[in-house]
Write a protein that binds this ligand. Structure first.
Ligand code: FAD
Ligand code: FO1
Length: 507
């Protein structure tokens, strides 16, 4: 894996986790790559044995039972782009085996997704190629459908006489809309289920409401974590093949169908796909976890996991990461706790915010105290006001901000600590909080390989609008929103070293 710099974090330091799991018994770090390979060899008989926690599933349709006459089950893959370690895939396979019918996996490639560019699409499509290959070995067909789900999926379901549809879960508005659109186009006797395959504790089970912050969601998640943090059964070789060979997927046509910005370069420091993601996971636990606790806020250090690209596209599962970190907890206990805090608590908090707050990417969506305070200071004189173009081209007076922006634009990932500083400065240097939020989200979604993610909307909302935070000492422009400054960064890490590195990289 290429070397890259280190980590973030926002407000409070992590509390000691009370996590207990089956995997914690194992004394040595598991060889998860050979483990995953081993899973693929399991026989079909073993599938009926595993217990599936039904709380991971929501039924979206009025139809609850699969019709007797059917020729297959479909898993509509979207957020969780992997074969193994995927509860949605497992649920779909179980359904198909019970019905003794083929299992199909469909992915609908849309021409444009929010402000994502070829950078993110390139990573995603290469990962999907691996999904296709892995499914082929399991006798499960993979269908790359070109277009919006509402236009292509109901047709596929009718043509293949599909008896049940399963999809994964994302709290983003656009994905809920896709799900609703498909639900309204499905034959009325086909049940449609959604499985939260991204979170360890399903979003709707972690909390029934919008949480104030990490402080309030943390105990709720820890209380039920051991119930959900179980080992995954394998997705197995499927016994029931479709009667006809599926049409070969047209990857080039799918790429040609994209209507996205193709000027943003793809990244080379992270290889797409599950296998590369699992290697990155191993590399982190073996070589960097020890420094994660102390060095993750230093952008000059390589202490972060850098796993967000694979997590974002669901190419690896966070649950697998947490199962894998268990044996390391004895040796690097604080670092492991910190990693669990970020990847479980903070990440599930982000999903909670987007799921229960429709205005998750708008100033309107913040707390009343923050809204009032930002409004009160909306007309405050700004010392610097930059246009979107000046910001995009890293042309501010602040060399650290410029370097962070260059890191994001050139490498596709800004260090987590700097992400906070970067977004807060956009608030300071633009004409209004609304503009600041819009610009921060736009750049983040356009350039970050892990953009268009609940974590990104929540990160921008935390920085600019104070969500999941408290009010701080009032000051111009920011009002009571937490402030960060250059001098504070200088106290934390060698700013000049970071600036020197990225000045040289200016594109
Ligand atoms: P690690 O520290 O190694 O963390 C491991 C995993 O934990 C991450 O991959 C992520 O899934 C989760 N995580 C870590 N920090 C947070 C956090 N603060 N909130 C929620 N989950 C977290 N994260 C994204 O995944 N996509 C984004 O687009 C994104 N945009 C952000 C924008 C701003 C302005 C801010 C302040 C934060 C943003 N974050 C985003 C959250 C966080 O900075 C990144 O998750 C982290 O930097 C990813 O790097 P890593 O995997 O090396 O992190
Ligand atoms: N999901 C899809 O189902 N189809 C797509 O074509 C698609 C494109 C895409 C591009 C960039 C990106 O970052 C995400 C994309 N996603 C797509 C959605 C993604 O899988 C996630 O569900 C969301 O980003 C929410 O986390």
């Amino acid at each position: 894996m290429p070397k890259r710099p280190a980590k973030t974090q926002q407000d409070v330091s992590p509390k000691k986790s009370k996590l207990k799991v089956e995997a914690a018994n194992s004394s040595e770090p598991q060889d998860f790559l050979s483990n995953v390979a081993h899973l693929r060899l399991q026989t079909a008989e073993s599938v009926a044995d595993f217990k599936f926690n039904k709380k991971r599933v929501r039924v979206i349709s009025d139809a609850k039972d699969v019709p007797e006459q059917n020729h297959g089950i479909v898993y509509w893959m979207s957020r969780d782009q992997r074969v193994q370690d995927n509860w949605a895939m497992l649920f779909a396979q179980r359904l198909a085996l019970k019905q003794e019918v083929p299992l199909h996996v469909c992915f609908c490639v849309v021409p444009k997704f929010l402000d994502a560019t070829i950078r993110q699409y390139g990573f995603m499509m290469k990962g999907l190629r691996e999904v296709e290959q892995e499914l082929k070995e399991l006798d499960i067909s993979f269908h790359l459908l070109i277009g919006y789900a509402k236009d292509v999926l109901p047709k596929f379901i009718e043509e293949h006489q599909i008896g049940g549809l399963v999809t994964d879960f994302s709290p983003l508005r656009i994905l809920s809309e896709w799900v609703q659109e498909v639900a309204s186009e499905l034959p009325s006797n086909v049940p449609f289920c959604q499985v939260d395959a991204h979170n360890i504790v399903p979003c709707w089970e972690a909390s029934p409401k919008l949480e104030y912050g990490a402080r309030t969601i943390r105990p709720k998640i820890h209380k039920v974590l051991s119930t959900y943090l179980t080992q995954y059964p394998p997705v197995i070789k499927h016994k029931h093949k479709p009667k006809t060979e599926p049409e070969p997927n047209v990857w080039d046509a799918a790429m040609d169908s994209l209507e996205v910005d193709k000027t943003v370069s793809e990244i080379d420091w992270a290889q797409p796909g599950t296998t590369a993601g699992l290697f990155a996971l191993e590399d982190f636990f073996e070589n960097r976890l020890r420094s994660y606790e102390v060095e993750r806020n230093d952008p000059n250090k390589t202490a972060l996991s850098n796993l967000s690209p694979w997590f974002h596209f669901g190419q690896i599962s966070v649950q697998r990461a947490i199962l894998t970190v268990q044996p390391y907890r004895r040796k690097h206990s604080k670092a492991a706790e910190a990693f669990i805090e970020e990847s479980v608590i903070r990440r599930e908090l982000a999903d909670n915010f987007c799921f229960y707050n429709d205005k998750y990417d708008s100033v309107e969506g913040t707390n009343d105290w923050a809204k009032t305070s930002l409004q009160l200071h909306a007309k405050d004189k700004r010392e610097y006001v930059y246009s979107k173009e000046q910001l995009e081209q890293s042309r501010t007076h602040d060399d650290l901000w410029n370097a962070a922006q260059i890191q994001m634009v050139s490498e596709g990932k800004m260090h987590g600590f700097l992400r906070m500083y970067w977004a807060k400065k956009i608030l300071e240097w633009t004409e209004s909080p609304e503009k600041a939020l819009e610009i921060a989200i736009f750049f983040n979604d356009k350039y970050s390989i892990d953009g268009t993610d609940p974590n990104g909307y929540v990160g921008c909302m935390w920085s600019v609008c104070g969500i999941h935070d408290q009010g701080w000492k009032e000051r111009p422009v920011f009002g009571k929103i937490r402030y960060m400054n250059y001098a504070g960064c200088k106290r934390k890490f060698d700013v000049d070293q970071f600036v020197r590195k990225y000045k040289a990289k200016k594109y």
